[in-house]
Design a protein around this ligand. Structure first.
Ligand code: NAD
Length: 502
């Protein structure tokens, strides 16, 4: 039987890879078996997608808000009806458990709902009679063709952070999904098509760096949204900016959770385990470092250990599994390396998840849960974004010491504090250097109508994604000054002075 090759979506229809196309393997992380291949676009295919998006912009960019939002409402209904199918595609290529994949779809749907109400966000501003007979209106208009480049860990949600807002604002879109789990993007494209989106408004090019670099330099791409690792985010921001494009590039993370001695330690331990090991730690908002303040550290570590030992690991398709495999064997081995080196680098290894497999699925990319205590800030396990099921616990004597530790991280995505002390929590939310903060909430991913984004090496650019920032990113401002004076007052006369408002 011929091998399936996941192709592109250009101009409102699927586009198969040519027989000579470069391709990459698709692997089921739960078995390690290659299940198909994905096409890697060449420059010509990217150019075709941008050209069709540019042509579609001609009418989509001037279409009515009613027309755009009616498509988004129809898309919302279709997405809602296909949650399970989309989640199954995510699990098949990413490996996360089905319930987690459904959660990802739900958070993407939230942004589609926000985009359905774009009418409210696109309302302009009007100042009347700023001068005699003069009014000033501020309006926002779309940019043109915009591109989205997305990571493997949320193959449906992260694209939906971008394209619903972009197309609701009147732009047309070219998505370059992760080559590791490309299929959800094509289901989204099909659902948009069924919702009545005109061909060319939403396009997908599969691929690797070749496709990305072409999007970054293409003269007809006005803006680039990127989500992925910090080194690539830095490259995207520098390259696209130097090519005159608007860019938002979200990078990696090391999210800290500070636990004060007065916290409910059971609630804190539950939260730490959920946030560190959910989706096998492959979340940009995963808690990967707990900062235990004061005397409660030993108790907290014992409670985390007890809970972590009970987490059920297995294929994402098994409803009993709470955590699935890692994305690739190479990534699993890299993560395991941090655990292997932990003791030599000064950490206490409380749980070592390396020797783990699932019966009947021995080829899967499995890794058990690892817990490292008293991790020095110099250890690789602390310094690097591991992106796996490894939780580091660091100890601090005081709130101030813990805060200084968190703020010295080069990353600034999310952070959390667990405490019963409102004043300490208030201090933390004002003093911590991260873009998103949770108070007794471990993964503070903002709701759709607030924006998502980090600080420092976790985001390059000025705009966070979705919410008001999303609308601003995908539109540009225009200010119109209008005079409709009283004709009876006659001509104003020549005046070479700089216009003043009187
Ligand atoms: P990645 O940076 O390897 O890849 C992201 C995208 O960039 C993919 O589409 C990939 O094909 C492309 N790409 C990879 N290398 C490239 C290169 N050299 N030049 C051009 N394009 C390139 O990231 P990943 O492994 O897919 O995803 C995990 C990373 O994403 C983690 O670091 C995680 O923290 C981060 N992430 C961040 C957020 C956030 O909101 N800040 C959200 C999700 C994931």
């Amino acid at each position: 039987m011929a091998e399936t090759i996941v192709g592109h979506w250009i101009g409102g229809k699927p586009v198969a890879a040519s027989s000579a196309a470069r391709t990459g393997p698709l692997t089921d992380p739960a078995t390690g078996r290659v299940t198909g291949r994905v096409a890697f676009a060449e420059v010509a295919e990217v150019d075709a997608a941008v050209a069709t998006a540019k042509e579609a912009y001609g009418s989509w960019g001037t279409s009515s808000l009613a027309q755009r939002t009616s498509v988004l409402f129809a898309f919302r209904a279709l997405l809602d009806a296909h949650r399970d199918q989309l989640a199954a595609l995510i699990t098949a290529e990413h490996g996360k458990v089905h319930s987690d994949a459904l959660g990802e779809v739900a958070r993407g749907l939230e942004i589609v709902e926000l985009a359905c109400g774009i009418t409210t966000q696109l309302k302009g501003e009007l100042s009347t009679q700023v001068s005699s007979g003069v009014d000033v209106a501020a309006i926002r208009q779309p940019l043109g063709v915009v591109a989205g480049i997305t990571p493997f860990n949320f193959p449906a949600m992260v694209p939906m952070w971008m394209f619903p807002m972009a197309i609701a604002c009147g732009n047309t879109f070219v998505l370059k999904p992760s080559e590791k789990d490309p299929s959800p993007s094509l289901l989204l494209a099909e659902l948009l098509d069924r919702a009545g989106l005109p061909g060319g408004v939403f396009n997908v090019v599969q691929g690797d760096r070749v496709a990305v670099d072409r999007l970054l330099e293409h003269p007809d791409v006005a803006a680039v949204s990127f989500v992925g690792s910090t080194p690539v985010a830095r490259h995207i921001h520098a390259t696209a900016s130097s090519n005159g494009k608007r860019v938002q590039a979200l990078g990696g993370a090391k999210n800290h959770m500070m636990v004060l001695p007065d916290a409910d330690l059971d609630a804190a331990a539950d939260a730490a385990v959920s946030a560190a090991y959910g989706s096998a730690g492959e979340r940009c908002m995963a808690v990967s470092a707990v900062v235990a303040v004061g005397a409660s550290g030993d108790q907290l570590v014992a409670k985390i250990k007890e809970r972590a030992a009970k987490v059920r690991i297995g294929p994402g398709t098994d409803p009993d599994s709470e955590m699935g495999p890692l994305i690739t064997a190479a990534h699993r081995d890299k993560v395991a390396g941090y655990v292997r080196d932990a003791a030599a680098q000064g950490s206490e290894v409380v749980l070592d998840g390396r020797d783990f497999t699932v019966e009947g699925h021995e080829g899967g990319h499995w890794l058990g849960l690892s817990l490292l205590d008293r991790v020095p800030v110099t250890a690789d396990a602390y310094r690097d974004e591991i992106f796996g099921p490894v939780l580091c616990v660091l100890r601090a004597e005081t709130y101030e010491e813990g805060l200084a530790l968190i703020n010295s991280s080069p990353y600034g995505n999310g952070s959390a504090i667990f405490t019963r002390d409102g004043a300490a929590a208030r201090r933390f939310q004002l003093e911590v250097h991260t873009g998103m903060v949770g108070v007794n909430v471990p993964i503070p991913v903002p709701v759709g109508y607030h924006s998502f984004g980090g600080w420092k090496d976790s985001l390059f650019g000025d705009h966070h994604v979705y919410g008001n920032d999303g609308t601003h990113f995908y539109t540009r401002g225009k200010v119109v000054t209008t005079r409709w004076g009283d004709p009876a007052a006659g001509a104003v006369g020549v005046d070479l002075g700089f216009p003043r408002h009187e």
